[in-house]
Design a protein around this ligand. Structure first.
Ligand SMILES: [Ca+2]
Ligand SMILES: [Ca+2]
Ligand SMILES: [Ca+2]
Length: 488
């Protein structure tokens, strides 16, 4: 049938029929779409339930027994699943600041460390498709961290791994670096960019039962080799930090399958593990010294022995773990520019600084030790008026109170806090005048745009160094275009 004949009179009944059936199909599509939506909502709602008790971990045989959140954190790091099961708690599905590592697909393309790689080796070779069938094949890891104040408070670190098989025990390591190692996931030779004080969390779980054994080591670059945990030479993983039930908890879903809320996949028993660690009470951070970790990756170890081979790994993800905070001060000016001087209290370095329009002073990132601080805009060129001072504060325990009257931001910094303040100064400046221009300026406001009708005096202001203060406020009773004159 040609196109033109379709629109001919003889073809109209067929055309109507086609249109009706098209509309009918559309209705069905809507109904099907609605049904699909209903199913889409129903699947996670039912499968998220996991164990009806909310506990998917059994340290002894099949007797479920889960630790509550490691107080004062509310993160459920000891229940072997990924969703909060008690009101007011968090778990992986709800935790703030989640970071995710996703491995390459299992099989010939999966990246792993070359044969014989040990934890203490910073120089590694990455190979493809050589994960032994009897070793853990990692698929994902999750990381989150937060500062929680109060008794026994501190920097909490949450970690989780997922694997595609249940062969062998679960021996996983999380390496937490201050610096990044770009491209570590790709085949070939790499040097893991380690800095003294980097962290290694070991997670060992025997399929037979018991609780996960958690360990924490620091990267050591100087001093005696006796600090090393396994190696006989520096640099090495050493200075083993004692983790116990007072500063950590962990679990594996050894009771039943649990659901990953992000992939909506069911994770069979023994394929998910998690941990919560209070890095502060574990003594990771030297008091009064700032440390910041920006990169994390997960790997599987061949056995519970620390010097066993590391095989599969998941390339690093960016993280933000720090015991200090960040302060940013922005300057904005209107109707000109100038140099504005600031003073600070609390020990910020430098203690004083200057800003002009559009400039920012940053203390950080992550270099402000927790405590009280103030920043005052103390040196203002004459003729400028502080129009606005605003601050935002993020992070538990971190706050900032701006005072327009004193041009001061009062800050309380907590670990992982960020304070961001902006002050706005306004002025009018003579154009074409010399830098030291003085005298006075008289403002007049007119009700028309041609500066002829109903003049109103808006004040006479003193000019200093070419800077002209604002006029007096003038109220208009009707809307419209006005004219303002300034006469020296
Ligand atoms: Ca959990
Ligand atoms: Ca839970
Ligand atoms: Ca891999």
């Amino acid at each position: 049938m040609s196109v033109s004949s379709k629109h001919g009179g003889g073809a109209r009944p067929a055309g109507r029929g086609t249109r009706l059936s098209f509309l009918a199909r559309r209705k069905w599509r809507v109904l099907i779409a609605a049904a699909t939506l209903a199913i889409g909502i129903a699947i996670p709602a039912t499968s998220f339930a996991d164990s009806s008790t909310g506990c998917d971990f059994a340290p002894n045989g099949t007797t479920q027994s889960c630790s509550p959140p490691l107080a004062p954190s509310t993160f459920e790091g000891g229940d072997g699943n990924l969703v909060p099961n008690s009101a007011g708690n968090t778990d992986w599905s709800t935790v703030q600041g989640l970071n995710t590592g996703v491995d390459l697909a299992s099989g010939s393309g999966d990246n792993a460390f070359g044969q014989g790689t040990k934890e203490d080796n910073p120089n590694v070779t990455v190979v493809s498709g050589s994960i032994p069938p009897n070793k853990s094949d990692l698929t994902r890891f999750y990381e989150a961290s937060e500062f929680v104040g109060g008794a026994n408070g501190g920097n909490f670190l949450y970690l989780a791994w997922e694997r595609s098989n249940v062969l062998g025990s679960a021996n996983m390591d999380f390496e937490i670096n201050q610096a990044t190692t770009p491209g570590l996931g790709s085949p070939g030779a790499h040097t893991i960019n380690r800095t003294a004080g980097d962290l290694l969390v070991t997670f060992d779980f025997t399929n037979g039962g018991g609780r996960p054994t958690l360990g924490l080591l620091k990267w050591v670059t100087t001093g005696s080799a006796s600090q090393c945990f396994s190696s006989s030479t520096l640099p090495c993983w050493g200075n083993h930090v004692n983790l116990n039930s007072s500063n950590s908890e962990g679990a594996v879903n050894n009771v039943d399958a649990v659901t990953d809320p992000f992939t909506h996949q069911s994770l069979p028993a023994l394929t998910f593990g998690e941990a919560s660690i209070n890095l502060t009470t574990a003594g990771v951070f030297p008091p009064g010294t700032c440390e910041a970790f920006g990169s994390t990756f997960a790997k599987s170890r061949a056995s519970s022995a620390f010097n066993a081979e590391v095989k599969d790994f998941i390339a690093p993800a960016a993280v933000n773990i720090t015991n200090c905070g960040t302060i940013k001060i922005h300057k904005v000016t209107e109707n000109g520019d100038g140099t504005f001087g600031y003073t600070t209290t609390g020990g910020l370095s430098p203690a004083t600084f200057n800003l002009s329009n559009g400039q920012t002073r940053t203390y950080g990132p992550d270099t402000v030790v927790p405590g009280p601080y103030s920043v005052t805009e103390s040196t203002v060129p004459s003729g400028w008026t502080l129009k606005n001072l605003t601050c935002t504060a993020t992070g538990s325990g971190t706050s900032a109170s701006p005072s327009l009257a004193t041009a001061t931001a009062s800050i309380t910094m907590a670990p992982q806090g960020v304070v961001d303040c902006t002050s706005v100064h306004d002025s009018a400046t003579l154009t074409g005048a010399t830098a030291d221009a003085g005298g006075t300026v008289t403002y007049k406001v007119y009700t028309d745009s041609a500066c002829t009708l109903n003049p109103v005096d808006a004040g006479t202001k003193t000019v200093t160094n070419g800077v002209v203060p604002d006029s007096n406020a003038v109220t208009f009773n009707t809307a419209g275009t006005r004219c303002t004159t300034r006469r020296p």
